[in-house]
Write a protein that binds this ligand. Structure first.
Ligand code: GLN
Length: 531
């Protein structure tokens, strides 16, 4: 018997051979890291720091680029499942290099768009260079890539709202939170002086609702600790990368806050806040959250944490419960893009949240988080390039949440290897033929799976239908003009199978069809299928 360790060793040897191009029986650490980076595992990834330490020690000993022997490589693979997953192309986006090239193309196209104007209600936003553009991606397996000004900080503004909502949910649960805030899109601008029919903010993604979340978070504690809680959460979401605080933005926000104060008084008049809420403290807390700063490089990891149901892909820390994230993403989908939310949900079909700094957080559940930043805004306050980038992305890739319904033939699905995908569809068709599942057969054929395809053993849908006495399927396949006598790897044709399993009706049908075909009467073939 072969043990699993032996199998692992074989797998390790094969991978080593792929990396050891020069057949020197060793791999240079630089080349190894380069290969990992091409699969999206970057050198600041906390999950490969132990490996990097080994390289550093080797480097100090030898004073040159360290190498890894086959047995060391074997050991590395045993210790670190991520590396094996990455080298065997088993991460969620197997061909990450290809995917990034496509995204870069979209980035370059979108860069040309210089429409819109930067927010100017406070000088700190008005002064930002409007030409900045950054996009960062992080998959649920922690594969990362960035384009443009991805290390330049900007303030979160409204993109802080989903996280404040999550914090309130974690602390108080869905019922209590929604005693104070609704979950319907408002259909109005983010700071509209409007509440719902119960006198509550429409949802947590607009100003009134975000202030309400702030009033709920850690309310027994002092203001400093409450802010600490929020900024520590952002830090954890960003993969333990520190976030900063822009005090000038905070002071300006506080100084130009008439509308937000008006909203807060309106809510107080309607008894929307929990008892004993200090209005000024709540508003200041909200402005502080808006003034937290980070860059797309780190914020993409936060978005990926939401895509990954609340567990950070890089640190493995569980930050939010999956039910919290589900609620948050539902509201991001219906309310996250101001009064463009309905259009965004229709066209892009993904949860997102924007902010007046030009920030946009896009979540593709179970796949990736994307952080975009470009300060020029459209009429409703969304980043112009951000929205265009999302549109182009969904035009090219099957990321719209309902793309699965349409078969998304023309769009790229980077989730799995294309040949793997086709192989699995062939298997599905063969299975459907053996069970007589006509609906599934029609669906798969509509997706472009040929009824003449065979599995590894040369078994076709016609073989399986003939064995399992699926008369209806055989009729359908003959009517579709499939090859009537394909041989499997044991040399058997569907007719042999029908004879062997004594499926008389099918046997007669096949014999008749073969005869007609031999006489060159193709249209009579359809008649066989129809009778
Ligand atoms: N600080 C801004 C405000 O409260 C945030 C608004 C936004 O990003 N839409 O007005």
């Amino acid at each position: 018997m072969i043990s699993t360790t032996q199998i692992d060793n074989h797998a390790a040897d094969s991978l080593f051979r792929i990396l050891d191009h020069g057949k020197k029986k060793s791999i240079e650490s630089d080349k190894f890291l380069d290969k990992l980076a091409r699969t999206g595992i970057l050198s600041d990834d906390p999950r490969i720091q132990e490996l990097l330490n080994i390289f550093r020690v080797k480097e100090q000993e030898k004073r040159k680029s360290p190498t890894i022997s086959s047995s060391e490589f074997n050991e590395i693979l045993k210790q670190n499942a991520l590396i094996k997953k990455s080298l065997t192309e088993n991460l969620v986006i197997p061909d990450f290099e290809f995917f990034c090239k496509e995204v870069e193309d979209i980035f370059q196209e979108t860069l040309k768009n210089t429409d819109g104007k930067v927010a100017d209600y406070i000088p700190q936003l008005a002064r930002v260079n409007p030409d900045h553009f950054a996009v960062s991606i992080c998959t649920v397996d922690g594969q990362r890539f960035s384009f443009g000004d991805s290390k330049v900080n900007f303030c979160l503004q409204s993109s802080c709202k989903p996280i404040n909502y999550c914090l309130a949910l974690e602390e108080l649960g869905e019922y209590k939170v929604h005693c104070h805030v609704g979950r319907e899109p408002s259909g109005q601008s983010f700071n509209e002086l409007a509440l719902n029919s119960k006198g509550l903010p429409h949802n947590p993604m607009i100003n009134a609702g975000a202030m309400m979340s702030c009033s709920l978070i850690d309310r027994e504690n002092n203001t400093a600790d409450r802010f600490d809680k929020v900024s520590k959460t952002w830090q954890a979401l960003c993969g333990d990368k520190p976030v900063s605080f822009n005090n000038a933005v905070y002071l300006s926000e506080r100084q130009t806050a008439d509308r937000n104060f008006a909203l807060a008084y309106f809510m107080r008049e309607k008894n929307a806040f929990p008892e004993k809420t200090n209005l000024t403290e709540t508003l200041e807390f909200y402005f502080q959250c808006c003034s937290i700063e980070s860059c797309t490089n780190d914020l993409s990891v936060a978005a990926a944490t939401l895509a990954n149901a609340g567990t950070n892909p890089l640190t493995g820390k569980g930050i939010f419960k999956s039910s919290t994230v589900q609620n948050c993403l539902s509201l991001m989908l219906s309310c996250g893009m101001y009064d463009f939310s309905g259009e965004f949900a229709f066209k892009i079909g993904l949860p997102a949240k924007s902010g007046v700094s030009g920030a946009l957080m896009l979540v593709i559940p179970n796949l990736m988080g994307i952080s975009i930043w470009s300060p020029r805004l459209d009429q409703v306050g969304n980043t112009v390039r951000g929205v265009e980038f999302c549109k182009r992305l969904v035009e090219r890739f099957s990321f719209h949440q309902y793309d699965s319904l349409t078969g998304h033939c023309k769009k790229i699905n980077p989730r799995r290897k294309q040949n793997e995908l086709m192989a699995s569809k062939v298997m599905e068709l063969i299975r459907a033929a053996s069970f007589g599942d006509m609906d599934e057969i029609y669906r798969l054929q509509a997706e472009g799976v040929s009824p003449n395809t065979a599995d590894y053993d040369g078994r076709t849908p016609l073989h399986l239908a003939a064995c399992e006495n699926q008369v209806e399927v055989v009729k359908h396949l003959i009517g579709n003009g499939v090859h009537l006598s394909p041989k499997d790897r044991w040399g058997n044709t569907p007719l042999n199978d029908a004879t062997r399993f004594k499926n008389k009706e099918i046997k007669a049908m096949l014999e008749q069809a073969i005869k007609i075909k031999r006489n060159g009467k193709a249209n009579v073939l359809a008649a066989v299928a129809n009778n």
